[in-house]
Design a protein around this ligand. Structure first.
Ligand code: 5GP
Ligand code: MN
Length: 316
């Protein structure tokens, strides 16, 4: 499965590594780990993430060549698209990627389009980092601390700190190995979960005040508006973890966070417990993800967006 990628890496020199907009721990840790691996092989990697790395991942050993905003247009021996259910997820300018080099798609979303020349899609993998670890193993890479902490953090965050149903034995085995490369689990947990600015909690207070429940308290929904960001001097990166908080409510099967982008465009994040397939619901709106964690954007006023969501969940 990895042979083709190994050949491309061996033959090539310049590589672009990219992942989805609003990078999470897996997008960040996976791109960074692949950079360090290619760098250790004497290659010239470069990373493109449209949006800045959120503050909670700033502790990760960051490579020197990470571009944000505009895609660094060039010819590459391969373009790695990581953690992207479709190429659109890379953000504006994604259409140009295919002209910049052969695209290698490595992903673990259930809703993945095979947009690459090589497509490694494993919906059973906890994270893209888990798939990459398998690749690194077959390449006999010498694991450094910089690679290990990126891999560990990607798995740790994509499994919701080993809580979600994608937490498999492979995730533990890899993370155990990463601790032997020097990663301290308590340090990563502290950086990810206990290192938030005060403003984030002021924002969380406003968001939780909007909490409403539907379908006999089995669906919980909260909202974050641009006005709340202004009032608390925060931005979207401070909302990471909010939808997970709503999911903690007893009896709630589906947690939904609506984030206002503009007055007529909302980013929706969904989390579920058990069998409810939120990727299927988000797919109805052109989004996707995993069975228990998915997202989409919906056009309309807040009232219209809520109505469309209720319709999707068949709520009167
Ligand atoms: P989040 O709610 O944290 O933004 O995303 C949850 C999961 O759904 C992630 O795996 C993310 O990649 C995926 N996801 C979020 N938004 C979208 C979207 O608009 N389209 C697709 N295809 N996947 C999304
Ligand atoms: Mn992921």
């Amino acid at each position: 499965m990895f042979q083709e990628i190994r050949d491309i890496i061996e033959r090539g020199e310049k590589f672009l590594i990219t992942a989805h907009i609003d990078p999470d721990g897996d997008a960040t840790g996976s791109t960074f780990s692949l950079y360090w691996v290619l760098d250790s092989l004497g290659k010239q990697p470069c990373i493109y993430l449209r949006d800045p790395v959120p503050y909670m991942y700033e502790f990760l050993p960051k490579p020197p060549r990470v571009a944000h905003g505009e895609i660094p247009e060039d010819r590459y021996d391969a373009v790695f698209a990581l953690d992207c259910g479709n190429l659109f997820r890379v953000g504006n300018g994604y259409e140009k990627l295919k002209d910049m080099g052969p695209v290698i798609n490595i992903d673990h979303h259930t809703t993945n389009e095979p947009f690459g020349i090589v497509n490694i899609i494993d919906a059973n993998a906890s994270s893209v980092a888990e798939i990459l670890y398998g690749l690194y193993k077959t390449m006999q890479v010498t694991m450094t601390y910089d690679m290990a902490i990126n891999i560990y953090t990607a798995i740790f965050t994509d499994t919701g700190s080993f809580r979600y149903s994608n937490t498999n034995s492979q995730a533990f085995l890899i993370c155990e190995e990463m601790t032997r490369c020097g990663v301290a689990p308590s340090y990563v947990a502290q950086m990810v979960h206990e290192n938030h600015p005060k403003e984030r909690f002021l924002l969380l207070g406003l968001v939780l005040a909007t909490l409403e429940t539907l379908k006999n308290d089995t669906i919980a929904m909260a909202m974050v508006t641009q006005e709340m960001f202004r009032r608390t001097n925060t931005s979207k990166e401070h909302t990471e973890g909010f939808v997970e908080s709503v999911r903690e409510i007893r009896g709630v099967d589906v947690a939904i966070l609506l984030r206002e982008i503009t007055g007529s465009l909302y980013k929706i994040s969904m989390r579920s417990k058990g069998n409810t397939d939120v990727a299927g619901i988000c797919n109805l709106f052109g989004g996707g993800g995993h069975r228990n964690a998915a997202g989409c954007t919906i056009d309309g006023t807040i009232g219209e967006v809520k109505d469309r969501l209720k319709e999707a969940f068949k709520i009167e």
